[in-house]
Design a protein around this ligand. Structure first.
Ligand SMILES: Cc1cc2nc3c(=O)[nH]c(=O)nc-3n(C[C@H](O)[C@H](O)[C@H](O)COP(=O)(O)O)c2cc1C
Length: 216
């Protein structure tokens, strides 16, 4: 039985391009894999602490002992919650992320989530046999696979705007940093640029989601 995290980074809960394709993917995935556990993380609604001054000072320190005991209840709760989010991420086998593109990037909650799960000594470590990986570190999350579903008004995956595509390309770089190599994408793109083709673009992405969900 696999555990799948379905991560949505959208202020809405349904009926947008990215969320419609994501919902279809998850529906088909559940039909094909009825025994797998799918956990939905709605980043705009879940308890997702900002990486603030309290957490930054506590980074890498244990959740027990004298230095922990003297923290305020609020800081303790935030530190414990960050650890829960990290543990849940590390325990997952597969990850599906759905988001819109805003100003060439994904919504800011997704970077807040990435700050919670890209953690030294946990999802990446210093390479012990010389300089390997980015900055001499090595990712620990090699066995995971990821699908990224991204909606954008213009075509970003190829063509003239590809060089300003910072959403999927950044996410891919961040996930590779922690060792994830199996990263696939579904782009629902060009819907504002070609409004007369928007329905066809959405339908094509939904069909792609159905096919990919059967193999994921
Ligand atoms: C604040 C904002 C910024 C946007 N920036 C971009 C952008 O940089 N590039 C782009 O192609 N589309 C951009 N769009 C259009 C959205 O990416 C497009 O509407 C997409 O379908 C949103 O996904 P959704 O349907 O899942 O909400 C932007 C939309 C908003 C609201």
């Amino acid at each position: 039985m696999a555990t799948v995290l379905y991560i949505t980074a959208h202020p809405f809960q349904s009926d947008t391009y990215s969320l419609s394709v994501g919902a279809q993917f998850i529906q088909t995935y559940r039909e094909v894999n009825p025994n797998d556990e799918v956990i939905h993380l709605d980043l705009y609604r879940m308890d997702l602490p900002q990486f603030d001054a309290d957490l930054l000072r506590r980074r890498g320190q244990p959740l027990s002992g004298p230095s922990f005991d003297e923290l305020s209840d609020e800081t303790k709760a935030k530190a414990i919650r960050m650890r829960e989010i990290l543990d849940q991420f590390m325990a997952a086998d597969k990850i599906v992320i759905a988001n819109p593109v805003w100003n060439y990037l994904f919504p800011p909650v997704l970077i807040t989530y990435l700050n919670a799960v890209i953690v030294p000594g946990q999802t990446f470590t210093r390479a012990d046999n010389g300089r390997r990986g980015l900055g001499g570190v090595i990712g620990t999350q090699q066995s995971k696979k990821v699908l990224h579903i991204q909606a954008s008004g213009t075509v970003l995956s190829h063509g003239e705007f590809q060089e300003v595509e910072y959403s999927h390309s950044y996410l891919k770089a961040a996930l590779k940093f922690i060792g994830i190599e199996d990263i696939q994408a579904i782009y629902v793109e060009g819907t504002s640029e070609m409004p007369d083709q928007a329905e066809r673009i959405k339908e094509d992405a939904i069909q792609q989601a159905i096919e990919m969900a059967k193999q994921f």
